[in-house]
Design a protein around this ligand. Structure first.
Ligand code: GRF
Length: 188
């Protein structure tokens, strides 16, 4: 059985979707570790209630990125993590993680990359007035949402309002991320 680590900073609806897919047998893996960089993020309780090991940290308590990533890396090794799944983790990964887990860290981003990288991608796309929106899953590199794209899905905005757009994006994410994770674990 493959081992996943999920990194998140917020609500954790993608964490929920991945966990559900595991329980339904759609992903042949277990989540062995959840890493969270915000001490009050709702995803923490979700993970704890499932008995999943959590590493919750405040980056300000560390001298630099290498210092907290060294702690994370120790846990990734200890839990024999095969794939690191970023799901709303709002930090750039540094060389400590990237070199140890090259090609084994993925992220989901709520835009059709390379458009609208960074924060509030949905708001950026709405402000731009794009007619087609979507979701991207990509390998993580040292840049901001810039790694090689693995999968994308899109939809026509039509006359949806912002709330409907967000709901649509999240529904797409929750279907696409588990499918891509399973494909990667199977080596497809
Ligand atoms: C998702 O929209 C994801 O694309 C982005 O952050 C959001 C995380 O949401 N990177 P959640 O915490 O999984 O609900």
């Amino acid at each position: 059985m493959k081992h996943l680590a999920v990194f998140a900073s917020g609500t954790g609806t993608n964490f929920d979707a991945i966990l559900k897919a595991i329980k339904n047998g759609e992903i042949d893996a277990t989540i062995e570790l959840v890493v969270v960089d915000k001490v009050d993020a709702p995803v923490i309780e979700k993970a704890k209630s499932q008995g999943i090991l959590t590493f919750v940290f405040n980056p300000r308590d560390y001298e630099n990125k290498a210092a907290y990533e060294t702690e994370i890396l120790k846990l990734l090794m200890a839990e024999s993590i095969d794939l690191v799944v970023l799901a709303g983790y709002m930090r750039i990964c540094g060389p400590t993680l990237l070199e140890a887990y090259e090609g084994r860290i993925i992220n989901i981003h709520p835009s059709l990359l390379p458009a609208f990288q960074g924060k509030d991608a949905i708001g950026q796309a709405i402000a731009y007035g794009v007619k087609i929106m979507g979701v991207s899953i990509h390998y993580v590199d040292s840049g901001l949402d810039s790694g090689k794209i693995i999968a994308q899905a899109c939809f026509e905005v039509g006359n949806m309002n912002a709330e409907q757009i967000e709901t649509t994006i999240h529904a797409i994410e929750h279907g696409l991320y588990p499918r891509v994770i399973q494909q990667l674990l199977k080596g497809e």
